[in-house]
Design a protein around this ligand. Structure first.
Ligand code: ADP
Ligand code: MG
Length: 375
C-alpha cells in the first residue's frame, strides 16, 4: 500500500487560487501544506504551513520544497523540468514529470493526442512567418498559439487572412507555435478525471463552459448536453488518464462543433476553473479529489448531486471600489468565494460566485442574477 495518510505533508508548486483551494481541501483532510511560489504573499500563503518563495525554474528551491513533503503536486503546468526532476528525487511528484513534459508544450501535447488516436482539430506546427502563411493558406482562418507559456488566451493571435501572418508571427515574438484552424464551435465543455497510483479512475460529469475574450466567464455542471456527447467525453477523459498512467487530476477541455463532432482542445493535469462548481454540486470537490488521488486514497463520489454553476469575478469589478458582495449574497442559493489576492487588476481572477439550482439552467440563472447584483 502506498497510501499517504492524513498527518503527512503535501507540497504544491504554485500558490494561486487553485493551490489555495487545494490546500484548504488538504487541511480539511488533516494534511499539512507547503507551497512554492514566486510571491511569498501568494493566495495560498494564508492557508499553508510554509511558503518557499522561489521561481518555478529554481531546482534547489524545488528540492527544498520536496525534502520536507511526503508528496508533491502542482496547480500550474509551467514548472521547469529540472525543478520537477529535483523535486521528484525527494518525494513522489504527482502528476509525474513525463506527463508534464508532454502537456507543457502545445506542439508535443497535440502530437501525443493525435498519435494516441484522440480527435483534435486541424493544425500545423509553425516555426516561421512563412509557416504561418502556408498554414493560413491550407486551413483558412487560424488561431496561432505559442507552444509555451500561454494561459487564459495569452500568447495567442488570430490570423483571419494570409496577409496577417507576418504581424502575427512578430506579435508572438517568433516563438515555436501551433497554428490551429479556427473552429466553428457550438459549445465548449471540460471533463475532470482523477486517477490514483493504484489505478482507480473516477470522472466528474462534463461542465459546459462559456469564454469571453478567451477567458472562462461562467461554467455549469452537469453540462446540459445530449447524453451521447457526455458519454463520449467521459470515455475520452478516462482513456487519456489511463494512457498517461495519471497520478492526480486532469482536465480535458473539449470543443463541440456545430455538426456535433467532439474534439479535444487541450489538457490541464491539475484542478481547473471549470470545476469550481464541484464544491457545491458534488459531495467531493475537485480539490479533495486531487488530494485523495495523490495520497492514493479511495477516490470520492463524482456524481452531481444537484446542478451547480460558477461565474468568475475579475479585478475589473474592483475598479470603482469594492463590489456589492451583500447584494450578491442576498440571492438564494448563492455563495461567494474570494481568493485573498491583494491587488485587483483588470482580467485578474479574484474569486467566483457559485449557485445551486434544480436544473443547470436554474443554477445558471441564479449565479447570473448574483453577478448582475454585485456590480
Ligand atoms: P488557454 O490555454 O488560454 O485556455 P485555449 O487553447 O483553451 O487556451 O484557448 C482559449 C479559448 O479560445 C478556448 O477555450 C476557445 O474559446 C478559444 N479557442 C481556442 N482555440 C480555438 C480554435 N481552434 N477555434 C475556435 N476557438 C478557439
Ligand atoms: Mg483552455
Amino acid at each position: 500500500m502506498s497510501t499517504i495518510a492524513p498527518g503527512a505533508t503535501i507540497g504544491i508548486f504554485g500558490g494561486g487560487q487553485l493551490g489555495r483551494m487545494t490546500a484548504m481541501a488538504a487541511r480539511t483532510l488533516g494534511y499539512h501544506v507547503h507551497v512554492l511560489d514566486p510571491d511569498p504573499d501568494c493566495a495560498a500563503s494564508a492557508v499553508s504551513d510554509r511558503v518557499v518563495a522561489a521561481s518555478f525554474d529554481d531546482a534547489a528551491a524545488a528540492a527544498d520544497l520536496a525534502a520536507h513533503c511526503d508528496v508533491v503536486t502542482l496547480e500550474i503546468e509551467q514548472i521547469g523540468i529540472a525543478a520537477l526532476e529535483a523535486a521528484s528525487r525527494h518525494a513522489p511528484l504527482r502528476p509525474g514529470a513525463s506527463i508534464l513534459g508532454i502537456v507543457q508544450d502545445r506542439g508535443r501535447q497535440k502530437r501525443w493526442l493525435a498519435q494516441h488516436g484522440f480527435p483534435i482539430g486541424d493544425y500545423r506546427d509553425v516555426a516561421s512567418a512563412a509557416d504561418v502563411e502556408s498554414a493560413s493558406r491550407d486551413l483558412g482562418p487560424l488561431i496561432v498559439k505559442a507552444c509555451h507559456g500561454g494561459y487564459d488566451g495569452r500568447s495567442q493571435v488570430r490570423v483571419d487572412d494570409v496577409a496577417e501572418s507576418v504581424d502575427a508571427w512578430a506579435a508572438l515574438g517568433g516563438r515555436p507555435s501551433v497554428a490551429e484552424r479556427l473552429l466553428d464551435l457550438d459549445s465548449e465543455l471540460s471533463v475532470m478525471v482523477a486517477r490514483r497510483p493504484s489505478g482507480e479512475i473516477a470522472v466528474f460529469p462534463p461542465a459546459l463552459n462559456v469564454h469571453e475574450r478567451q477567458i472562462l466567464a461562467w461554467s455549469v455542471l452537469p453540462a446540459p448536453l445530449p447524453a451521447s456527447i457526455a458519454r463520449d467525453a467521459d470515455e475520452i477523459a478516462r482513456t487519456i488518464a489511463g494512457a498517461f498512467e495519471l497520478e492526480g487530476v486532469l482536465a480535458v477541455e473539449m470543443f463541440v462543433l456545430r455538426d456535433g463532432t467532439l474534439l479535444v482542445n487541450e489538457l490541464a493535469p491539475r484542478p481547473h476553473n471549470s470545476f469550481h462548481e464541484t464544491e457545491v454540486a458534488c459531495s467531493t470537490s475537485q480539490f479533495e479529489q486531487l488530494v485523495r488521488a495523490i495520497c492514493d486514497l479511495p477516490l470520492g463520489d463524482t456524481r452531481a448531486l444537484r446542478p451547480g454553476a460558477i461565474f468568475n469575478l475579475f479585478g475589473d469589478l474592483w475598479l470603482d471600489g469594492p463590489p456589492r458582495f451583500e447584494a450578491a449574497l442576498a440571492q438564494p442559493g448563492v455563495r461567494l468565494h474570494l481568493y485573498g489576492k491583494r491587488g485587483p487588476r483588470p482580467g485578474r481572477k479574484m474569486g467566483h460566485l457559485s449557485a445551486i439550482g434544480d436544473t443547470p439552467e436554474d443554477a445558471l440563472a441564479r449565479v447570473r442574477a448574483a453577478a448582475t447584483a454585485i456590480r
